[in-house]
Ligand binder design. Structure first.
Ligand code: FAD
Length: 285
C-alpha cells in the first residue's frame, strides 16, 4: 500500500523506523528485531539506508521482510555518494520486490567531502524516482533547520523544491519540544507546503544516546528533558522508563493538536516500540 493512501485517511498513525545490519553476521539478529516490531502491526515501517550504499541489499531485503509480514515498508535511499546507475538499480530491485514507498534522501556528505557527481540534493533524486516508477515518495525535513542550511527560511524553500519535485509526504528529524514543531508547521504551511508532515519521535532510553544526538544534530533539549537525564541518566532501567514516558507524552500532545502521523525512531528495539504502542492503545484505535 502507498503511504500517501494511509495518511489520507486523516487518522492518527504510528510507524516505526528500523535500520539494517552493517555486516552479514548481524543479519539474523536484526531480522529478529524487525519481525518482533512488525508483529505490532504499525501503519508502516521504514528501513534506513547505509551512507554510501554499500549495504543497500540489506535495506531491500529487510524492507521485503517487512512486506512479507503484511506491514507496509518504506525503503530509505540516499544519493549523494551513489552514481545514477546504482540508484536506478536499487529502485529497479524495489520495484521487482513490490516495494512502493521510498524515502528520498541526499545523505550526509562524507568526511573528506568525496561525493559522486550525479546527485547533489534530494530534490534531484525525487525527480529520478518519479521517472523510474509509480512510487510513493517521502523526504526528510528539519524543524530546527538542517545543520548545513544558512537559515530556516531557506531550508523551507528547499523543502518546497522537494515537494515540487514530487514528494508525497515528509518526515521530521527528531525534536524534544513540540512547540518547535508547531512553529515549523506554521512556517511550512505559510510557505505553501501542503503535504502531510510526519513527526519523528525518538524515545531516548539511555544517556549515551543523548550525547550522540547532541553532537550529531545540535537538537534542542528542553530543561524538563534535561532534568530527567540528570536525575535518571545513571540508572538504565529508570532512564528507559522515563524516556519512553517522555516520548509518549510528546506523542499524545501532538495527536491532541492534530498532528496525526507519528514515526518512532525505534532503534531496532521491539520492547521500546511495544511500550510506546501500549501507552497509546486507546488513542490510536
Ligand atoms: P536535502 O534535502 O538535499 O538538503 C540538504 C541540505 O542542502 C539542506 O541544508 C538544504 O537546505 C540544502 N539544499 C537543498 N536543496 C538545495 C539547493 N537547490 N541549493 C542549495 N542548498 C540546497 N541518512 C542516511 O544516510 N540514511 C538514512 O536512511 C537516513 N534517513 C533519514 C530519515 C529522516 C526522517 C531524516 C530526517 C534524516 C535521515 N538521514 C538519513 C539523514 C540525511 O541523509 C541527512 O540529514 C542529510 O544531511 C540531508 O539529507 P536531505 O535528504 O534532507 O538533503
Amino acid at each position: 500500500m502507498k503511504i500517501r493512501e494511509i495518511l489520507s485517511k486523516g487518522e492518527p498513525t504510528l510507524s516505526f523506523e528500523v535500520f539494517p545490519p552493517k555486516t552479514e553476521d548481524k543479519y539474523e539478529s536484526v531480522e529478529h528485531a524487525v519481525l518482533e516490531i512488525a508483529r505490532l502491526k504499525p501503519a508502516f515501517m521504514s528501513v534506513t539506508y547505509g551512507a554510501g550504499g554499500g549495504t543497500s541489499r540489506y535495506t531491500v531485503d529487510i524492507a521485503a521482510t517487512v512486506q512479507a509480514q503484511g506491514v507496509t515498508p518504506l525503503a530509505h535511499l540516499t544519493c549523494v555518494s551513489s552514481t545514477r546507475e546504482k540508484v536506478v538499480s536499487v529502485l529497479e530491485e524495489l520495484k521487482a520486490r513490490g516495494i512502493e514507498n521510498v524515502l528520498a534522501l541526499r545523505g550526509d556528505i562524507p568526511v573528506g567531502g568525496q561525493v559522486e557527481k550525479d546527485f547533489h540534493y534530494a530534490s534531484e533524486l525525487i525527480r529520478e524516482i518519479r521517472k523510474i516508477g509509480d512510487f510513493c515518495i517521502g523526504a526528510a525535513c528539519y524543524p530546527e533547520g538542517h545543520v548545513e542550511s544558512v537559515d530556516k527560511a531557506q531550508d523551507i524553500q528547499h523543502l518546497k523544491e522537494k515537494v515540487e519535485a514530487g514528494c508525497d509526504f515528509v518526515t521530521t528529524q527528531m525534536f524534544f519540544d513540540n512547540n518547535i514543531l508547531y512553529n515549523y508547521l506554521y512556517r511550512v504551511r505559510e510557505a505553501g507546503v501542503t503535504v502531510p508532515v510526519i513527526a519523528g519521535i525518538m524515545p531516548v532510553t539511555n544517556k549515551a544516546q543523548i550525547k550522540r544526538i547532541c553532537s550529531m544534530s545540535g537538537t534542542y533539549l528542553p530543561a524538563r528533558f534535561k532534568a530527567i537525564v540528570d536525575r535518571f541518566g545513571d540508572n538504565p532501567a529508570a532512564m528507559k522508563q522515563a524516556g519512553i514516558a517522555y516520548a509518549a507524552e510528546q506523542i499524545i500532545d501532538l495527536i491532541a493538536n492534530g498532528v496525526n502521523g507519528i514515526h518512532i525512531y525505534s532503534m531496532n528495539k521491539p520492547d521500546v516500540a511495544a511500550r510506546i504502542q501500549e501507552s497509546l492503545s486507546e488513542i490510536l484505535c
